[in-house]
Design a protein around this ligand. Structure first.
Ligand code: DOR
Ligand code: ZN
Length: 369
């Protein structure tokens, strides 16, 4: 395999490998993946979490829900510099920046973002939906004039697709968002590039498969690996708590079918979201799962279990760049099948973070940088 081989060459290579080994594949090679939904936080924590992602991923769409949020191109530029300064020596990991959509975002903010070469999308949070979402949007229609500019400029709108009304069951928040908002957004802005972030339900998958116009969904590894029983396995499990919540088994199966189908509307977005251990293990624990230290290995486990290792590369490395209009990464990563145990805790500045699968085995390991 040469560094300049085409995506279809390496798909064929992996398929051959699977056939050759009669379905016991011990090693795969894929074009370097990207993470299309990532939380890196800020300050001293960057020194821990940026290398964890840069180890595997060429680029990442960086979420803007800092405190205060990243609302302007100038703020995104300064944040980008801080991320670049936290890269390991020799890394050319590229943070793809986003702006946080508020009810005071202006058409000019969007035009400036479109003119910049480092802001790649705008993120919609419904106010109160999740970590640092207080500055989010209270009524979606209020930001329609700004969404119209996004559509004109070809900048994607990334959606935390949940409603936050107190009378809606928290497990139904995504399905109700789809029902109430997605169709009207689609018909009002037929050319708007939309990404339903961290899709968790069969409803979301069916919507994205069938909707007209440019639409896609990112899917996290934790929603692929676990159903909602994991939240209560032997007791309350704060480290399995994220938003949107993990759902019933039938939804997990729908997600697995979507990612292993090869449909180019689905691509990798970890939503890796580190919080200090004390903030998760609390009487009002934060939502967020830190999956970055083994993200690509865990996705590989999911694809292997589904008998679909030959579909991993499209989901992880090809579909995202195609949607964002960016080239695929030039280089490749290799993964080997062998068991290792994830650390129980990771030190990050003054804090510790409990990663996904802490203290438990993981079946694959990336073997090259
Ligand atoms: O679980 C989550 N954590 N979901 C989000 O939408 C935000 C994220 C965070 O920033 O912690
Ligand atoms: Zn997120």
């Amino acid at each position: 395999m040469q560094p300049n081989e085409s995506p279809s060459d390496s798909r064929r290579y992996n398929r051959q490998l699977i056939q050759l080994k009669g379905c016991t594949v011990n090693r795969i090679r894929i074009r370097r993946p990207d993470d299309w939904h990532l939380h890196l936080r800020d300050g001293a924590m960057l020194k821990t979490v940026v290398p964890a992602t840069a180890r595997s991923f060429g680029r990442a769409i960086v979420m803007p829900n800092l405190k205060p949020p990243v609302r302007t191109v100038a703020e995104a530029q300064a944040y980008r510099e801080r991320i670049l300064a936290a890269r390991p020596t020799g890394s050319d990991f590229e943070p793809l920046m986003t702006l946080y959509l508020t009810e005071t975002t202006t058409a000019d903010d969007i035009r400036q973002a479109a003119r910049s070469d480092f802001v790649h999308a705008v993120k919609y949070y419904p106010a109160g939906a999740t970590t640092n979402s207080d500055s989010g949007v209270r009524k979606l229609e209020r930001v329609y004039p700004v969404i119209e500019v996004l559509e004109q400029q070809g900048l994607p709108l990334l959606m935390h697709g949940e409603v936050t009304d107190a009378d809606i069951d928290v497990f139904d928040r995504e399905a109700v968002f789809i029902e109430r908002h997605l169709d009207s957004l689609r018909t009002t802005f037929p050319d708007l590039k939309m990404v339903l972030e961290h899709a968790t339900t069969q409803d979301a998958i069916e919507y994205v498969q069938a909707a007209p116009g440019p639409i896609a969904a990112t899917i996290t590894v934790h929603h692929l690996l676990y159903n909602r029983n994991a939240l209560f396995e032997g007791g309350l499990r704060p480290h399995q708590y994220c938003l949107p919540l993990i759902k019933r088994e039938r939804h997990r199966q729908a997600l697995i079918n979507a990612v292993t189908s090869g449909n180019e509307r689905f691509f990798l977005g970890t939503d890796s979201a580190p919080h200090p251990k004390h903030a998760k293990e609390s009487d009002c624990g934060c939502a967020g799962i830190y999956s970055a230290p083994a993200a690509i290995e865990l996705y590989t486990e999911v694809f292997e279990a589904a008998g679909a290792l030959d579909k991993l590369e499209a989901f992880a490395s090809l579909n995202g760049p195609a949607f964002y209009g960016l080239p695929v990464n030039e280089d490749f990563i290799e993964l080997e099948k062998h068991s290792w145990v994830m650390e129980r805790e990771i030190t990050a500045a003054e804090d510790t973070i409990v990663p996904l699968r802490a203290g438990q085995p993981i079946g694959w390991q990336q073997s090259n940088g």
